[in-house]
Structures are given as structure tokens and as C-alpha cells.
Design a protein around this ligand. Structure first.
Ligand SMILES: *Cc1c(COP(=O)(O)O)cnc(C)c1O
Ligand SMILES: [Zn+2]
Length: 419
């Protein structure tokens, strides 16, 4: 076997006790119920990887395949990732900071959110493990991505969602011909039901029994940010939190790049953003607590982030503390202001989670937790058309006229200059 194809992904490993497990569809340690995580042979990776080799590969998330948990090549979602990192000069000026970037996963292929990254890994691994039925518990975007990627891979899929999601989120699952099941209850109850189904029917649930593989896909957002900055880390990264997984994995990605020698050791902080109507992680972090108190009834327009009992909340807090990061939360009005600010300054239409990230970044800057002179990346994770109703009545209406030049000129009398 050539070096290029050697598997560097060695085991699953308990985050609590470090016990090693085989690379199967399991996600919890039998001894202490700690979450299992992918472990790699970093020395072997360091010896075989280089910036030049990566740069020569196709511009997808799979250019970092040595640090992803599958044995062969990707079979699902081979074109996902490598979204633009945009230098946001106008938004920087509006926020009063010097160096600001948007990691724009609103245009991630194929379903316009960062969830295509996690699903691509989970379904590629599901195929390696022999699953023919895949499923998920979702706040919307994960369902969209499982539906689309399963369709293109010819896998049967079931997506379970809270019944009250945004219309377009639901439609963006139905159109792919998946089995959409709406549950009367919040996400936590959907997730609990999925654990029972996974145990009983042996389906591949991307965020239950395949979670160790799924979660690793999020690292690619961090790898790309570093490479797109010219192999350098931003001093600050602001990340929206639902279960908290994405934040912990961007932290892991930055650490791994240093560990395999692609980056020099350098300081960085990861900061978490939530909506006040469901902010269990931010609330605990602000109080200095390690234990995350569940939110039984989430109430926010940022539905993709509305997880009351976040599976990775404890580890997200650890990542923020370890890197000197902070957490913030914002009201639904601030979410809408954040969406409009990003759209009007940078021409990027983000979903409600993006509004949360912008609004919380603004507060972290104004509160002095992110210094104005240091580099900042905002992770914008999903497209605005998916949550259109959140801003539907907040952006005004078109001005209506008959098709007549006279009406046009009357309407715009104050704005038109002679040619
Ligand atoms: C799922 C999701 C997140 C973050 O999810 P984690 O569970 O914290 O990894 C962020 N933004 C959007 C749009 C999402 O769909
Ligand atoms: Zn353990």
C-alpha cells in the first residue's frame, strides 16, 4: 500500500479514561459512559503529510483525509467543503475591529450548511461498516444533509425532527425522498427516541452510534481556516453552539495541525455563541460552572441551535477555558440585527445561527473580551433561505408601481440625478 493510502486512523478512544475501542458503530465507554472519539497515529501522519502535498489536492474537505476517521477513500460527499474564507472589511469597520474574516459555510455543498461536512464523514464510514439504512436526530440542517447525501449514495434514510421546524428546513429534507418523521416535542426528546431506535433496529444514526465519526467532520472547518489564512491561526474564532461539538472540534483541529507540524505553536482562543432562549452552555460558562444545566423548553428563532441538553457542553466549556475563550448569548432581536448586518455589510445571507454568531461576536468585542486589534474569524454555518421566515417581515417590502417611466420618476424623485 502506498503511503498516501495508509490508514492513520487507529482506534476509538474514551475521552474520560483513555481506554481504546475498535473502530465500530459505538459511541460510549462501557466503564464510565465517557464519549468515544477518533484517535490517530500522529507520528505517522507528521512523517507523511506536508503543506505542499495538501495544496496539490482537490479543493474539498477531503484534502485533510489523514486526519479523518475512515479507512479508504470518501464514498459519500466527495465534493463537500473548502468554502470561502472572506476578508470582511466592511463588517470589520462596522464592528470597530482591524482584521475580520467570515468562514462562509452558507455555500457548503450540497445543502448549504456546515452539516454536509459531518454527514460526508459519517456516511462514508457507515458504508465501510456495512450499513444500508442511515438516520439522524436533527434540528433541521443535519436532516437536510443526511437526506441529500443518502439519496446520492443510494442509502435508505430516516430523519427525525421536532415537528415545529421552519418550513424550508422541512421541505429541504422532503424533496430528496427521505422518510421525514416529525416528533411533537423538543430536540432532546427526538434524540432520546433515536437512541432507543438505534439500539433496537441497528440503523446507522449519524449523531448517535456513528457520532465519533460524524463529529470529526467538523474539524475540516478548522483545517480550512488555518490553510486559507496562509497556515496561520486566527487569534479568535467565534463559533455557534448547539450540542457544542463544532466548537470542540475546531479546537481539536487547531491542536492537531500543531501536533503534526503543519503549524507552529501559537496562541488562539475559541469563543462560543448561543441564543438566550436556549443558552445552557453560555450560561454555565458565564457563571464559571463546569456543569451544564439543561433548558427543558428552548424558546428562540435560532432553532438549529436549540438543544436544551447539549451532549458536548462540558467539553465545549473545557475548550473555551483552556484557550482563554468566552461565551455569549443574544436575544432574538439581536439575531435578526446580526443577520441584517452581515447581509448589508458583506452580501452574505445567513440563517439564524449566523445571526447568533455575529450578534455574540459584537458583544464580545464591545465587552473587551475580544481585543479590537487582533484577528477574528466568525464561523457562519448555514444559509438564510432555510430560515427565511425569521426575517420575512423585518426587511421591508418592495415599492410597487405600474410599468411607467413617469411613475418610476415620481417614486424616486428625491434619489434620481439627471444623466
Ligand atoms: C448543527 C449546527 C451548529 C452547531 O452544532 P453543534 O451541535 O454545536 O456541533 C451550528 N450552526 C448550524 C447552522 C447548525 O446546523
Ligand atoms: Zn472511559
Amino acid at each position: 500500500m502506498s503511503d498516501e493510502n495508509r490508514p492513520f486512523f487507529s482506534n476509538l478512544k474514551c475521552r474520560e479514561c483513555g481506554r481504546l475501542y475498535p473502530k465500530e458503530a459505538i459511541h460510549i465507554c462501557e466503564f464510565d459512559f465517557g464519549p468515544l472519539e477518533a484517535a490517530y497515529d500522529y507520528e505517522a501522519i507528521a512523517a507523511s503529510i506536508s503543506r505542499e502535498a495538501i495544496a496539490a489536492r482537490p479543493q474539498t474537505m477531503w484534502r485533510y483525509r489523514e486526519l479523518l476517521p475512515i479507512d479508504g477513500s470518501s464514498t459519500v460527499g466527495a465534493q463537500v467543503g473548502f468554502t470561502p474564507l472572506v476578508r470582511a472589511k466592511r463588517l470589520a469597520e462596522a464592528l470597530g475591529v482591524r482584521e475580520l474574516y467570515i468562514k462562509n459555510d452558507t455555500v457548503n455543498y450540497p445543502t448549504l450548511s456546515f452539516k454536509d461536512r459531518v454527514v460526508s464523514v459519517a456516511l462514508s464510514r457507515a458504508c465501510e461498516l456495512g450499513f444500508s439504512v442511515v438516520a439522524c436526530a436533527s434540528t433541521g440542517n443535519l436532516a437536510n444533509s443526511v437526506a441529500a447525501n443518502a439519496a446520492s449514495a443510494g442509502l435508505r434514510s430516516y430523519v427525525l425532527i421536532p415537528a415545529d421546524l421552519e418550513r424550508n428546513k422541512v421541505l429541504n429534507s422532503l424533496v430528496y425522498g427521505t422518510n421525514v418523521i416529525g416528533i411533537h416535542g423538543p430536540y432532546d426528546q427526538v434524540n432520546r427516541l433515536c437512541s432507543e431506535i438505534a439500539g433496537k433496529y441497528g440503523w446507522g444514526f449519524v449523531n448517535v452510534n456513528l457520532r465519533p465519526y460524524y463529529a470529526e467532520g467538523s474539524k475540516t472547518q478548522g483545517f480550512e481556516i488555518a490553510e486559507q489564512l496562509g497556515w496561520k491561526l486566527p487569534r479568535h474564532t467565534v463559533i455557534p453552539m448547539a450540542s457544542g461539538s463544532l466548537l470542540t472540534k475546531i479546537h481539536k483541529a487547531y491542536r492537531e495541525l500543531i501536533q503534526v507540524g503543519l503549524l507552529d505553536e501559537q496562541p488562539f482562543s475559541v469563543h462560543g455563541a448561543q441564543a438566550s432562549g436556549c443558552a445552557p452552555i453560555s450560561t454555565a460558562m458565564k457563571k464559571g460552572a463546569d456543569i451544564v444545566k439543561p433548558v427543558p423548553k428552548p424558546d428562540t428563532i435560532a432553532k438549529s441551535l436549540a438543544i436544551g441538553t447539549p451532549a458536548d457542553g462540558y467539553y465545549a466549556i473545557r475548550s473555551m477555558k483552556e484557550t482563554g475563550g468566552f461565551a455569549e448569548d443574544c436575544t432574538d432581536e439581536e439575531v435578526i440585527e446580526g443577520i441584517r448586518l452581515l447581509a448589508e455589510q458583506e452580501g452574505i445571507f445567513a440563517e439564524t445561527a449566523g445571526g447568533v454568531t455575529v450578534a455574540c461576536a459584537k458583544k464580545l468585542i464591545e465587552g473587551g473580551n475580544i481585543p479590537r486589534e487582533e484577528s477574528i474569524v466568525l464561523c457562519i454555518t448555514g444559509h438564510g433561505l432555510k430560515t427565511a421566515e425569521a426575517v420575512a417581515e423585518k426587511c421591508g417590502e418592495p415599492r410597487l408601481i405600474k410599468p411607467s417611466l413617469r411613475e418610476f420618476e415620481t417614486l424616486l424623485a428625491d434619489e434620481l440625478l439627471p444623466a
